[in-house]
Design a protein around this ligand. Sequence first.
Ligand SMILES: C[S@@+](CC[C@H](N)C(=O)[O-])C[C@H]1O[C@@H](n2cnc3c(N)ncnc32)[C@H](O)[C@@H]1O
Length: 291
Amino acid sequence: MESEKHNEWSSALDEDLIQDPVSAVIPPGPAPWSLSAGPWSSESSVPAVLHQSAEAHNYSRFIPSNETQSQTIQTEDWTEDRSTNTNENWESDMSSRISSLKDAMHHVVSKTDKTFKLVVKYINAVKGRGLFAKGSICKDEFVVEYRGDIINDAELQNRRKRYHTSSAAFMFEFKWRGKTWCIDASREDGSFGRIVNDDHKHPNCEMRKIYVNGKIHLCLFALNDIKEGEEITYDYGGEDYPWRTQMTSIAANTKAEGDSDPSPRSQTQMNDATGQNNSPQQVCSDLSLTI
Ligand SMILES: C[S@@+](CC[C@H](N)C(=O)[O-])C[C@H]1O[C@@H](n2cnc3c(N)ncnc32)[C@H](O)[C@@H]1O
C-alpha cells in the first residue's frame, strides 16, 4: 500500500519535473533529509542554501552547480516570463519571491513555524482561534505552512467517512497534476498553519503549492504588507461555508481576546458553530498564477 502510494507519487514527480517551468534545485552534497521512507516520511532537516542563476532569458529558474542531484524545490505558481512583464520592479519582486521561497523551504524542511512573528489567539466561540501577526510581514513573504499528512483521494474519502466534522474541517483538499490530494491537519500538533481562518473578501495571504524534495507542500504567502496585530487569513475557496452567509459582524469582526493566551476552545464548540461543510478546498489551484 505504502509502495503503491510512493509509485504514484514518483511518477507524478517525474511528470512535474518535465513540465514545470519554475524549479529550484538544492546544490550537491549529502542529502540533508531522507527520501528512503518515501513521500510519507517525516524525517527532515534544514537544507543548504540554494544556488541561483538569473539568466536574461529566464529569471525564474534556479540552476544548480551540479544538476545530477535529484533533491528539488519548485513551485508551479511562479511562472511569468521577464519578456512579458512590464513591471519596472520585476527583478526586485522576483528576488524577494525567490528569498520567500527559500524561507518557505527552510520552514518546510525543518517543520518549524515563525513563532517570532506569529501568535495563536482565541477570537470568539464562532471563529475559535486565529493566527495573528506579532511583527510586520512584507508582501510576498512566506508566512506559514499548512502542515499535516498528505493523503490521496481514496484515503481522503475513507477519512471523511470516519472523521467527526470538527476534524474534517482541517482537511485541505486540492488538485495537483490532475489528481485530488489532501493535507490532513486534523491532529492538534501545535502547528500554526491549521489555525488560519477564512476570509474571502479581504484575505491577506494566499495558499501556494511548493514542491520540496519529492513532496508537495501548501504554504501561505502574504498578498500585501501585514501589520502587527492583524489576523492572518486566506480565501478557503468554495462558496458554501456557513459563516459566510450566517456570520454577522459581531462574530466576524470581534477582536482577539487577550494577547498571549491562545485559550483554545473545544472542538465541539467549533463544530456546533460552523456546520458540516467547512474545510478549505482547492483554493491554492485557483489562486496560483500570481507573478
Ligand atoms: C482550519 S480551521 C481554522 C482554525 C479554527 N478557527 C480553530 O480554532 O481551530 C477551520 C475552521 O475555523 C472556523 N473558521 C474559519 N474561518 C472562519 C470565519 N471566517 N468565520 C467563522 N469561522 C471560521 C470554522 O469553524 C472552520 O471550520
